[in-house]
Write a protein that binds this ligand. Structure first.
Ligand SMILES: [Zn+2]
Length: 311
């Protein structure tokens, strides 16, 4: 009897505990459910944002293709391409802000190619076209009328091809003469920038507004600040880099380049330094693009308003 009394007393207690457990489980799964659907919504939002950006790029690609056939007929063609690019860059600016505010899981990589154009630039452009990727070319002018890697070809013709393929063309000075007077004075440096700006403009009708110091901004040493002031007056922004494959140095193997490259990709917005004369870089380029895309990077061409361009 005593036992069954205790049982009878216990029962309501067990029922209450049971109800409580059911309640807690219910609350937790509801909470999880709302969290899950919020996450799903966020992901959908991010996906939509990414798709809009990609769609804009594809439209730009298509329009460039159509426009290049109409080049002879359309006089305001460059303006039209320019307007499309402006629209894309506004979206890219928004994407940069979202990344910096932690509102998206997507990241941005800016691929940059220095010191060209070279004859090899043809092949680099082909890879970028195939992968539907837009990059930035920091070009120079000295010696480009006869390509170093194919003397019978005039590499200055490639400025226009770079622009027509939708990439950003940028200024890396005319001479790149780091050890032959480029950094001898502020005026000398600015003259060299102007000379390259004029050359690019004469071939493309594009006025450059982003530059990279040959050797990187630290190479300008004590002249750096005064050069930057003058550049700002001329409407230029400048940029170094945050990632690379080491192709500016003595790269020996593809594996070496690949290791340096993958180790250097860490930040939410990366500026990758490549050189379009380097065959090792050319050989890893398709894999490098895949690696970035697999790691959630959107690959974009640089623009003056980018947070990565110093003004
Ligand atoms: Zn350089």
């Amino acid at each position: 009897m005593g036992k069954s009394k205790r049982k009878a007393k216990k029962s309501p207690f067990i029922i209450i505990i049971f109800i409580l457990i059911i309640g807690i489980c219910g609350y937790l799964s509801f909470n999880n459910y709302t969290k899950m659907s919020k996450l799903k919504n966020d992901n959908n939002k991010k996906k939509a944002e990414y798709l809009v950006l990609n769609k804009k790029y594809n439209e730009l690609l298509k329009s460039n293709k159509d426009f290049s056939n109409e080049l002879e007929k359309e006089k305001d063609i460059d303006q039209t391409i320019d307007n499309s690019k402006k629209e894309v860059f506004e979206l890219a600016k928004k994407a940069e802000e979202n990344i910096q505010n932690g509102k998206t899981n997507y990241k941005i990589a800016y691929l940059t190619f220095d010191d060209g154009p070279y004859y090899l630039t043809h092949e680099v452009l082909n890879v970028l076209k195939e992968k539907q990727v837009k990059a930035t070319f920091f070009t120079i002018g000295a010696g480009k009328e006869s390509c170093i890697d194919n003397r019978s070809f005039n590499c200055t013709l490639l400025y226009k091809k770079i622009v027509d393929n939708g990439h950003t063309i940028a200024n890396h000075t005319y001479s790149h003469a780091i050890f032959a007077g480029l950094y001898s004075s502020v005026d000398n440096f600015i003259r060299d920038i102007q000379k390259q700006e004029d050359l690019i403009y004469s071939k493309t009708n594009v006025k450059t507004n982003i530059m990279r110091f040959p050797g990187g901004s630290s190479t300008a040493k004590s002249l750096k600040n005064d050069i930057i002031i003058k550049l700002r007056e001329k409407g230029y922004g400048w940029i170094d880099w945050t990632a690379q494959d080491g192709d500016g140095g003595a790269l020996k193997t593809r594996d070496q380049a690949w290791n340096i490259f993958t180790k250097s990709i860490n930040d939410n917005i990366e500026v990758v330094l490549f050189h379009d004369y380097n065959y090792i870089t050319y050989s890893i380029l398709p894999d490098a693009i895949k690696y970035l895309e697999d790691n959630n990077y959107i690959i974009l061409p640089l623009f003056h308003d980018s947070v990565m361009v110093n003004k």
